[in-house]
Design a protein around this ligand. Sequence first.
Ligand SMILES: Cc1cc2nc3c(=O)[nH]c(=O)nc-3n(C[C@H](O)[C@H](O)[C@H](O)COP(=O)(O)OP(=O)(O)OC[C@H]3O[C@@H](n4cnc5c(N)ncnc54)[C@H](O)[C@@H]3O)c2cc1C
Length: 349
Amino acid sequence: MQAVDYIVVGQGLAGSAVAVQLLQRKKRIVVIDQPAGNSSSRIAAGLFNPITGKKMTKTWLADALFPYLHEYYPAVEARTARKFFFPMPLYRPFLSIEEQNEWMARSAEPGYGPYIDTIHQRPAIPGIHDPWGGLMLRQCGYLDTTAYIEAVRGWITEAGTLLEETFDPTRLQVSPAGVQYGAYTALGIIFCQGVAAARGFEWLPVKPLKGETIRIKTGFQHNAIINRGVYLVPGAGPGERRVGATYDFHDSTPTTTPAARETLDQKLKELVVFPYDITGQDWGFRPTVPDRRPLVGIHPELPSMAVFTGLGTKGVSLSPYFSEVLIRRLENHTPLNKEIDIERYKSLY
Ligand SMILES: Cc1cc2nc3c(=O)[nH]c(=O)nc-3n(C[C@H](O)[C@H](O)[C@H](O)COP(=O)(O)OP(=O)(O)OC[C@H]3O[C@@H](n4cnc5c(N)ncnc54)[C@H](O)[C@@H]3O)c2cc1C
């Protein structure tokens, strides 16, 4: 039997951040992850943006989440000697002169200042359809999610144990004092399985939301993310961009669809005037929650079991901050914010 502090199940964005928090605290960990090519974290475009939605409002907790992620990812880059965090401005063309005026006014509102770089009143980026100019935001960028997950995987292998296998719930024994899984005993187990139902937490309302993106090849070179209707984020190779994403609660097919490709292609044509070739397409399922808040917490009856999922469309910005919140709850008994605590869904248990 080998004694460790924690077992972590799943190593997408949620499990990676939990593993990082634990390794930074010198905890002994075992991570069990069977990578799936289409896990949400591996196919995500990796965009982070503090001002989002059709109405372009500041996202929930932006003032806490964004400073945190801008420290967290560079610290993991430094520790792993890998590059995966790319801060860059985000440009959003205006659709009308009224919208331009609205943003001129809003830029004076307290709270928006740290996120607004420039309000362009004239076309600003060649190749983009922006007759009324647009809004250049700061504190945005993208994470190369696959490179990040692989970097964290290397760190886990070096400082802990990685079991590249499917978690088998029948091998888990749980007691109030801890858990045993195969040859390992631990003080606790943390389930970070995305849309997959976690043992003991099947009652949580995680709803898979299918998303698709396309990859394009283009000569467009501007060093900004472009976002209006669809986003345009740098991809893996030279000239490659990721374009996304679709949102479909009704489609549960594990594959790409011609309809999504057409929708994305159409929206892209409204946004850009440069030529491009579509070179690929990806799909995945986001773990969403009806109240659009993460699911963080401890099992109602088994205190050695915890869960971290429900990151929805914002795993890149939510996972660093809330992984620390969870570890502080487990290690220091710091109470969880009621908005994210799974206690809010206890009536479903
Ligand atoms: C098309 C698309 C685009 C997106 N774009 C963005 C974006 O630009 N920015 C952003 O912030 N977010 C984006 N997201 C959302 C983001 O991907 C999710 O919020 C996030 O990845 C969820 O991470 P997770 O770790 O909870 O789940 P997952 O990524 O699903 O990770 C779960 C891990 O657990 C493993 N696992 C599950 N069950 C088991 C088991 N029984 N045994 C072993 N291993 C197991 C899985 O294989 C996987 O590795 C996008 C999502 C999609 C689908």
